[in-house]
Design a protein around this ligand. Structure first.
Ligand SMILES: [Zn+2]
Length: 565
């Protein structure tokens, strides 16, 4: 039975899909049914469903959705049934986007609602159907009068999976639901609520940047706080004494569950709450696609790294640089029935069929969990993060005993990974011999294609500041338009792409590092000079030259104020 994007297909249909996939792409011919979700792209899969049923496949369709057609339809039914009416063609045809051509539901549901129309189906991605439904549902932030009307007294305190796309009569529930639904819609990674001396506000972090602050009446601060704590069944009494409170809950967005990690700390004036949205719909990314659309040079270097049989592969970078997204994508690639993959994460972000995910409930569990892992016959271990001597030692022990270990560490540069292990108390030779690849990643904002503005070149001052040679003075480039446009929500940017730096530690390099003949920094410089392996600065400048990003976005995530020569 194939499962894909939440849809499941019976055995008979699954066999037909497998046959057609093999014809579509010979590399799919040997797949087992349970590998389809990991190894076949959404586009290929949906195109295959369309082909089997003789229907057109249209991968981008949500923008054509005519809102008035949704007036008599229930968003829940459409989301669950994977369909959405799109537009009328002529006077008698209704074009409907569907994802599962074998489902009779779209026809059964829509026929009585559009009795004078013939239903014409087109196949699209599940994400497009969701986008079409979302684009019609209007929740564009609470108004001032709605906010003021919220009563500070009584409230509803027993809500399980908090559905943020339904209507609540209780105003505080409605306020939080609207704020959270907007966050998901704008693809925010975090929501902040902050009490300052004279203001109380919330804001979203989108594509790495904190956005506009939305004021909330100060009188609501305690009630909002209590509401969120209640949502997680956490005692509200401790909030004025506990320095920090952590929790988790799940929201339901058009019936799609999204995990939320909650963190609250007391402040001088009240509190600061941060909620991180772990939207699984966004992190199911494949190497070479979406955010991880690396260039060929990077993909080749990465594919070599993945073939290393044993040893540690470390991904470094600051928080929010997408390290775990890339490691998860690598795990998806390595995921085969004959390989035993175990992960130890806090929290589990991306559940992949065939991989055993474990979540770390406290730091104390780390050692016993890894010890138990080692006895569970693993081939590949993903360790969320190396943060102390204990986790560093366990990673090395696992690598020495023949396992492939993937992990992350907080250092800006790839070469600093070795020094970081040393700081934690690991001898240089030990890490030099077990580390097989040191990688660094950044996410670079991409210019909004609808409003980016051409610029004739880079100014003298910027060239001096960012060590760019003369040629950049006359290179035609693009920059973000101040104030952006409607398409990019007035930010000038739209989405991000990952860039990687990879330093492979070959036996020769390992030997030189162990003996102290070369420092990790000298290694990084040497590799940059050779110019073969992917490098952060070079990849960033390539995006700039290609007009995909601007200097402000590149210099924000990569320190370009020096060069190594
Ligand atoms: Zn724009």
């Amino acid at each position: 039975m194939i499962e894909f994007d939440g849809m499941s297909f019976n055995d008979l249909i699954s066999r037909r899909i497998m046959g057609e996939l093999g014809q579509h792409d010979p590399s799919y011919a040997d797949l087992a049914q349970d590998q389809v979700a990991n190894r076949v792209t959404r586009q290929s899969f949906m195109a295959t469903l369309a082909k089997i049923n003789g229907l057109p496949f249209m991968p981008r369709i949500a923008d054509f959705c005519e809102p008035s057609l949704h007036a008599n339809c229930d968003a829940t039914v459409m989301t669950r049934g994977y369909f959405a009416p799109l537009c009328l063609s002529g006077t008698d045809k209704l074009i409907v986007a569907i994802a599962n051509p074998w489902s009779p539901l779209p026809g059964e549901y829509l026929a009585p609602r559009f009795p004078d129309h013939e239903i014409v189906e087109v196949v699209t991605l599940v994400s497009e159907i969701n986008r079409a439904i979302e684009s019609v549902a209007t929740n564009s932030g609470p108004s001032r009068s709605e906010l003021e009307s919220i009563d500070v007294e009584d409230m509803d305190d027993k809500i399980r999976d908090f559905d943020v796309t339904t209507e609540y009569s209780e105003p505080m529930s409605q306020l939080i639901a609207t704020i959270m639904a907007d966050a998901v819609k704008t693809r925010a990674s975090d929501i902040h609520f902050k009490v300052e001396k004279e203001s109380f506000y919330y804001c979203y972090r989108v594509d790495g940047d904190l956005g506009q602050k939305f004021e909330i009446p100060m009188k609501l601060k305690d009630r909002l706080d209590a509401f969120l704590l209640n949502l997680m069944k956490l005692p509200t009494e401790t909030r004025n004494t506990a320095p920090g409170i952590s929790g988790r809950f799940t929201i339901s967005y058009f019936h799609r569950p999204i995990d939320v990690r909650y963190e609250r700390h007391r402040t001088y004036r009240g509190y600061h709450v941060t909620m991180r949205l772990l939207d699984k719909g966004n992190i199911n990314v494949t190497l070479g696609k979406g955010t991880l659309a690396f260039d060929d040079e990077t993909l080749f270097a990465l594919s070599k790294v993945m073939k290393i049989p044993a040893g540690i592969i470390v991904m470094s970078g600051p928080t929010g640089s997408g390290k775990s997204t890339t490691l998860n994508a690598i795990l998806r690639e390595l995921n085969r029935p004959e390989v035993n993959i175990l992960t130890l994460e806090n929290p589990v972000e991306d559940e992949v069929p065939g991989i055993t995910h474990c979540d770390l409930k406290s730091a104390k569990e780390f050692k016993p969990m890894i010890a138990s892992f080692m006895r569970s016959d693993p081939d590949i271990i993903l360790m969320g993060e190396v943060r102390d001597l204990e986790s560093a030692e366990l990673a090395i022990e696992a690598a020495v005993t023949g396992h492939k270990v993937l992990t992350t560490i907080h250092t800006p540069r790839a070469s600093q990974i070795i020094e970081r292990f040393e700081q934690l108390g690991i001898e240089r030779w030990k890490i030099a011999q077990t580390l097989k690849a040191a990688c660094a990643q950044r996410l670079v904002k991409l210019l909004c294609p609808y409003c980016k503005e051409p610029i004739p070149g880079i100014s003298d001052l910027d060239r001096k500041t960012f060590c760019l040679d003369e040629t950049w003075a006359a290179t035609q480039l693009f920059a973000a338009k101040p104030g952006g446009c409607h398409e990019c929500r007035h930010s000038g940017y739209s989405g991000r792409t990952a860039i990687l730096e990879i330093i492979p530690i070959t036996p020769k390099i390992s030997d030189q590092l162990s003996k102290g003949l070369m420092s990790p920094y000298e290694l990084e410089v040497k590799i940059a000079e050779e110019g073969v392996l992917p490098n952060l600065r070079r990849s960033g400048l390539r995006l700039l030259r290609e007009g995909k990003t601007d200097l402000a976005a590149v210099s924000k995530v990569i320190d370009m104020t020096y060069t190594d020569d």
